[in-house]
Design a protein around this ligand. Structure first.
Ligand code: NDP
Length: 256
């Protein structure tokens, strides 16, 4: 794959697996995350020029530096994957101001910083792809304790669609893709804020991380407005839209 691809949240989970799959396809990958040791290990496993740039995506200057580092090394960026994100386990009645700020900062501002860092470059070429990793929880209330997370990911969905519509008129060569995973077997639950820590790797039906990453490779090879990583989550969203009351009753009965 003759593309330069920036991936945030590439030290672990879906981002690390995506970087490895793309590296194996000969793409030039630029990996970003906060933990240097883990990030360097992923880059070393990929080899072929993979570039690790320690970055905190909640800091605008870090994200701008990431774009500059990628351009300095490879001369262009073809795809930017806003993948870094963080969950929360806290029911709506117990959410604090700090929780709300953290969800917005980690899952929304970080995406805006990524878009703004790469957009001038993409616009100058009328070419490129932005992939924003959302969540099935932005469309179905499967996990009430993840309400604030799902709500902010819903905001990411609308931001993504609005950007796509805006660019369609002015820069039709730029693709903007929303990627919606269901439960994926990563340390996402362990890294979440709040109480009631869940290990996603032990949840029944969790999608293997390689399959989730393959879905992102597929939208890079075949750009389209949005994609789910599994048919399970796509079908759940479809059913929720058709039968919201029955669907919610079923989810609620499982909470008891
Ligand atoms: P993990 O917790 O396994 O990995 C998160 C990655 O993001 C790590 O590499 C982490 O690295 C990085 N990261 C977190 N915060 C920051 C930050 N402030 N700056 C830079 N990097 C950061 O999560 P997943 O791989 O499972 O999740 C990836 C994406 O998929 C997220 O957007 C998540 O919301 C979404 N998703 C995941 C689902 C799941 O079930 N796993 C389901 C639906 C959506 P480091 O700590 O080194 O910074």
């Amino acid at each position: 794959m003759d593309k330069v691809i920036v991936i945030t949240g590439a030290s672990a989970g879906i981002g690390a697996e995506l970087a490895k799959q793309l590296g194996a396809m000969d793409a030039k990958v630029v990996l970003a995350a906060r933990r240097k040791k883990e990030l360097d290990a992923v880059a070393a496993a990929i080899g072929n020029d993979a570039l690790a740039v320690v970055s905190d995506v909640t800091k605008r200057q870090d994200v701008e530096h990431l774009a500059k580092a990628a351009l300095a090394r490879f001369g262009r960026i073809d795809v930017w994957v806003n993948n870094a994100g963080r969950g929360i386990s806290r029911s709506v009645g117990e959410l604090t101001d700090d929780d709300l700020d953290a969800m917005w900062r980690d899952n929304m501002k970080s995406v805006v910083y990524g878009i703004q860092a790469v957009l001038p470059h993409f616009k100058s070429r009328n070419e490129g792809q932005i992939i924003n990793v959302s969540s099935g929880l932005s469309r179905v209330p499967f996990a009430p304790v993840r309400a604030a997370y799902g709500a902010v990911k819903s905001a990411v969905n609308m931001l993504t669609a609005s950007l796509r519509v805006e660019l369609r008129a002015t820069h039709p060569g730029i693709h903007v893709t929303l990627l919606l995973p269901g439960v994926v077997a990563t340390e996402f639950g362990l890294n979440s804020l709040g109480s009631g820590i869940v290990d996603n790797r032990k949840l029944p039906g969790a999608q293997p991380v390689d399959a989730a990453a393959r879905a992102i490779v597929d939208v890079i090879e075949n750009p389209r407005p949005e994609a789910y990583t599994s048919s399970f989550i796509a079908e759940a969203v479809g059913r929720y839209q058709r039968e919201p009351d029955a669907f919610e009753a079923e989810v609620a009965s499982r909470q008891r």
